[in-house]
Design a protein around this ligand. Structure first.
Ligand code: AMP
Ligand code: GLY
Length: 435
């Protein structure tokens, strides 16, 4: 089988690494890939948004399966283009990907299908937003409608803070057209967890839940980032709650999308807040998480290529569940100081060898120039480890984190800490719900 992976981050490196273990997979191509991906796949210099070029490439090589990492090509309709040409591809169509591409659409969808989520008002102007804020308590959450690489959500504590953001959005047009509408949303409290499921449009099967740490600094302080670390099991979600999430959120979402004529295939990611009133959706993503995928791929027992091909063909067939290693996996993201705002690029990355098979460094923002590794993105490396318990996995990952060195390297030092402090920590209390 020939597989094409679209993307260039740690998530795609983990996907390629997992595909490499499949006896079904003979050739792996990645567009555009990165320095780490190049060790397990052939990198092709085509950008993630160049859909026609990607389809031409897949056509010319008779690619048997394409797996799309990031949301942008999905919201631009890469799946529609590939399907038009009869090329098997894993991911939702453009209309289905609107669940992530438009927060207003997803909020209205959840309301229509009684899927638990935060209360929110969609606003078309700063005045409408100010009116909505009068009816919402502080802190409140403001979300621009379109894609903003994780930067379109702010939590505001006062009218002044809200006004400053509204000016940025509507007057300075910081997000351009992505922000012609804005949601004013109720602030929820609780533990966050990433809940993902694969679907062939009719049925859905959960992935092992993972916990992602979105804030830039320790103790969940600072701005939101793409994610600064992750682990699976998530620990903070019980088997019972996971079953509730399937029943009240994942299955109704897949069924509702089919009813809307937007049949959803691929992987559906619900970012959840586990509130005192049960799990509620903060956002949907129409793709695998980053860095959740890194730990999920380290735990997945099944053949990723086989599962994704079934999904791409729109029939999960006899697959009713996925199997997960009993071991835990943890991921520490190293970034460049300043990320997610301005940061330095172009400095050399030193990668010391690691002689431990259970530790893997997935490359994120690393490119190769001549024979040197160079920083080319804010999140640079994902240092991951697998071990019998989450405590050990975290400790092995942290022990290896200094094997990746570059000017301005920084990482969070508290990944997993809060989860471990909770009673359900470690292997003795793995969620019973399939991982
Ligand atoms: P989103 O892109 O919608 O997931 O938002 C990014 C992050 O903002 C989430 O991971 C949460 O940490 C936070 N967030 C979003 N919506 C809410 C909400 N209604 N209440 C509290 N925090 C939120
Ligand atoms: N880790 C968050 C995301 O993939 O959106």
């Amino acid at each position: 089988m020939r597989v094409l992976v679209v993307g260039q981050g740690g998530r795609e490196h983990a996907i390629c690494w997992k595909l490499r273990q499949s006896p079904l997979v003979k050739e792996i191509y990645a567009a555009p890939g990165n320095a780490g991906i190049a060790q397990v796949a052939d990198c092709v210099d085509i950008g993630i948004a160049d859909i026609i070029e990607l389809a031409d490439f897949a056509d010319s090589l008779k690619i048997d399966l394409t797996i799309v990492g990031p949301e942008l090509p999905l919201t631009l309709g890469i799946v529609d283009e590939f399907q038009k040409r009869g090329l098997p591809i894993f991911g939702p169509t453009r209309l289905a990907a609107e669940l992530e591409g438009s927060k207003v659409f997803s909020k209205e969808f959840m309301r229509k299908y009684n899927i638990p989520t935060a209360e929110a008002t969609a606003c078309n102007s700063p005045d409408e937003a100010r009116d909505a804020l009068k009816k919402t308590k502080f802190p409140a959450v403001l979300k621009i409608d379109g894609l903003a690489a994780g930067k379109g959500v702010v939590i505001v504590n006062s009218v002044d803070e809200a006004d400053a953001y509204l000016r940025l959005v509507f007057e300075d047009k910081k997000f351009g057209n992505a922000a012609s509408r804005i949601l004013v949303e109720e602030y929820l409290t609780g533990e966050e967890v990433s809940f993902l499921a694969i679907s062939d449009g009719k049925r859905c099967i959960p992935l092992a839940p993972a916990k992602d740490y979105k804030k830039a600094f320790d103790h969940d302080e600072g701005p939101n980032t793409g994610g600064m670390g992750s682990h699976s099991p998530a620990v903070v979600i019980s088997g019972e709650t996971a079953a509730e999430v399937m029943k009240t959120i994942m299955i109704p979402t897949i069924n509702g999308m089919a009813e809307e004529g937007r049949t959803y295939t691929g992987v559906l990611y619900a970012g959840l807040m586990l509130t005192q009133n049960g799990p509620k959706v903060l956002e949907y993503n129409c793709r695998f998480g980053d860095p959740e995928t890194q730990v999920q791929m380290m735990r997945l027992e099944d053949d990723l290529a086989e599962v994704c091909l079934k999904v791409a063909r729109g029939n999960l067939g006899d697959t009713t569940k996925l199997s997960w290693k009993k071991e835990a996996a943890a991921c520490i993201v190293t970034c460049v100081d300043g990320y997610p705002e301005d940061y330095m690029k172009g400095q050399e990355v030193a990668l010391d060898p690691i002689d431990d098979d259970s530790v893997i460094v997935f490359h994120a923002g690393i490119s190769k120039k001549d024979s040197k590794y160079i920083v080319c993105g804010g999140r640079v490396a994902n240092v991951c480890a697998r071990a019998a318990t989450l405590t050990e996995a975290l400790s092995h990952a942290y022990n290896a984190v200094n094997k990746v060195r570059y000017i301005g390297a920084r990482y969070r030092t508290d990944i997993g800490l809060r989860a471990l402090q909770q009673k359900r920590a470690d292997s003795g209390s793995f969620p019973t719900f399939n991982g």
